[in-house]
Design a protein around this ligand. Structure first.
Ligand code: SF4
Length: 77
């Protein structure tokens, strides 16, 4: 885990998600699913540091702890 990701991880609120819900529901949890995500460079269109909210980091976090660092500003089209 990078130094920046570790630092961000300390201050981010994480919400637990039951494995049953994760498997059954189409949960919106990553930048790649968000309207503000810029696929060309992987950055957030709103300018937020999004390393902890990206798909790879979120799935790693979930498999390690059963929780997601949901972004409060995410939006679906
Ligand atoms: S608003 Fe949140 S979820 Fe959407 S791209 Fe930005 S950091 Fe990611």
């Amino acid at each position: 885990m990078s130094k920046v990701l570790r630092k961000l991880n300390r201050s981010v609120i994480k919400d637990p998600v039951k494995a049953r819900d994760f498997n059954r529901l189409n949960i919106f949890f990553a930048c790649e699913q968000c309207s503000y995500f810029q696929p060309q460079d992987g950055k957030c269109n709103l300018g937020f540091p999004n390393e902890v909210h990206k798909m790879d980091a979120q799935l790693k976090q979930y498999y390690m702890s059963g929780s997601f660092a949901f972004c409060r500003y995410s939006e679906l089209d």
